[in-house]
Design a protein around this ligand. Structure first.
Ligand SMILES: [Zn+2]
Length: 215
């Protein structure tokens, strides 16, 4: 028993990276040049390598860019892995700009299923704040800070009370809209030579601030 407990304490934290789309909500948005699908996948792959180098165990919700996975299934993958954090990567559409983070702040409902439980609401909020702060600090010369928000400030979360991925989550979950891909300045940054690299560094800093690696 002690050995098991000790093993759990010393085991590296598991981070579940969830590159958004394709899901039951389609392939996501696109800018003039880039697709959300492509940006999320490329940043996720870079972030995975960086987190592994930092000592985290990384689980991905997809094994290729085009693999379709429902949002329910994405959450189940994170749950099964016992993730210390499920980090969901998206790019926004619309007229705004910048990097925004979202966490569930109340129980929502999809079909007959309600969630997430209270401990997920509390832990998601706790992790979202340092994650967002550290990420926008890395991004500050490149992208505006679009704020730390709740699921209810998204279209689907507004209807359901929480995002589907949050409702099924039994581990802390934070979703980032890395940029507004339909904004030409945001897209130009993502397309720049260092765009994906800087974004992956920002998310790495966010993960490290939210879930420190135990030594
Ligand atoms: Zn999306």
């Amino acid at each position: 028993m002690i050995a098991i407990l000790l093993g759990a304490m010393l085991a590296p934290p598991v981070i579940c990276i969830d590159p958004g789309h394709p899901s039951e909500n389609g392939v996501g948005t696109r800018g003039r040049f880039l697709t959300e699908l492509e940006v999320c996948w490329q940043v996720a792959v870079k972030l995975k390598g960086k987190l592994q180098a930092d000592g985290y165990t990384v689980v991905m919700t997809k094994s290729s860019m085009g693999e379709k996975v429902t949002n329910k299934r994405r959450a189940e993958i994170a749950n099964k892995a016992g993730a210390a954090l499920m980090l969901r990567l998206h790019c926004d559409a619309g007229t705004g700009r910048g990097f925004a983070s979202y966490y569930p702040d109340r129980v929502g409902k999809v079909g007959k299923v309600s969630g997430p439980p209270k401990f997920v609401l509390e832990s998601s909020k706790q992790l979202a704040a340092p994650l967002h702060r550290a990420a926008v600090d890395v991004l500050k010369e490149h992208l505006p800070n679009a704020g730390l928000k709740t699921d209810r400030q998204t279209m689907i979360g507004g209807k359901q009370g929480a995002l589907t991925g949050s409702i099924y989550a039994r581990v802390p979950t934070v979703l980032v809209e890395m940029c507004v891909l339909q904004n030409s300045k945001d897209e130009a940054f993502m397309r720049s030579k260092q765009g994906y690299e800087i974004m992956a560094e920002a998310l790495r800093a966010g993960v490290r601030a939210a879930v420190p690696v135990k030594r």
